[in-house]
Write a protein that binds this ligand. Structure first.
Ligand code: PXL
Length: 266
């Protein structure tokens, strides 16, 4: 059976097990033909102590020129860390020019966690992301990103109705499927899915350890399952279980990512 051809647009961090270095192997392993649009090359992700950053935005118009000449089209899009607000316009152009009819756009906004923006981002970036998510069919913000995108104060303890409220506000912006990750309920953690007016939690026991790149892994496994025809809840559940297996397979002193390679090989 022919696999779906996806374009994933995110940075290439040379070291750090995140963004393209997880999306490409995971999507490919799940049988999805994966094309990449690297937005920037970083020496390592931004949780390390300093990083180099080569902005690839100027190259992208050249890339698009050749794709256009060759009539390249994609059947799905997965966006992760972009890095610069100018890339949001580039992303819009990309959907407009290179989309097969009905190709779903999945956007993980990737700019914040634990109540804070990642290094290098500011509120202008958030404002642009608020516009870009209107082009998505599915968005995958974590709770912090959902707060920034809806101008809601971040609360470490998620009270009754808090995540549902965030999802509802995001639905009012996008009109499409909203999946808030890192949602907590009854001592469990997972996703809150709001789609076609129906809200649903997908929850699992909380893993004590936290590692970078797990959001990117979640988005990749989710996307692979979703494109493979699984429903939203099952795609979330498979992706969460995959991330938990990765965390369990990772040594305590491996600080910058997770050992997803061993889980992919199972
Ligand atoms: O995992 C998200 C991510 C992706 N890319 C870069 C990052 C981060 C998170 O910090 O710094 C460059």
């Amino acid at each position: 059976m022919k696999s779906k051809k996806i374009l994933t647009m995110q940075d290439l961090s040379c070291v750090g097990q995140c963004s393209l270095t997880v999306a490409l192997p995971i999507l490919s392993r799940f049988g999805v033909e994966t094309c990449v649009l690297p937005t920037a090359i970083l020496s390592n992700h931004t949780m390390f102590n300093g990083w180099s950053y080569l902005d690839l935005t100027p190259e992208i118009s050249e890339i698009f020129k050749h794709w256009k000449n060759n009539n390249v089209k994609f059947e799905a899009f997965l966006l992760g860390y972009l890095g610069k607000k100018e890339l949001m316009d580039v992303a819009e152009k990309c959907f407009a020019e290179f989309s097969e009819e009905g190709a779903p756009v999945i956007i993980d906004p990737v700019f914040a966690d634990n109540g804070k923006l990642y290094g290098g981002f500011d509120l202008n970036y958030v404002a642009e992301m608020k516009k870009l998510i209107k082009s998505a069919d599915v968005i995958l913000p974590n709770v912090t990103e959902a707060c920034f995108l809806t101008d809601t104060p971040y609360c470490e303890v998620q009270g009754e109705g808090y995540v549902e409220g965030l999802a509802q506000k995001l639905f009012e912006i996008t009109g499409k499927t909203v999946i808030v990750t890192g949602a907590e309920k009854n001592g469990l953690i997972g996703e809150y899915i709001l789609s076609n007016g129906n809200g649903e939690y997908v929850l699992l026991p909380k893993e004590p350890q936290k590692r970078h790149g797990t959001g990117d892994i979640f988005a990749s496994v989710f996307t692979a399952n979703y494109l493979g025809g699984k429903c939203l809840a099952e795609s979330c559940s498979k992706a969460s279980k995959f991330v938990i297996d990765c965390l369990k397979a990772t040594d305590d002193d491996h600080f910058y990512g997770v050992n997803f390679e061993s889980v992919l090989n199972k």
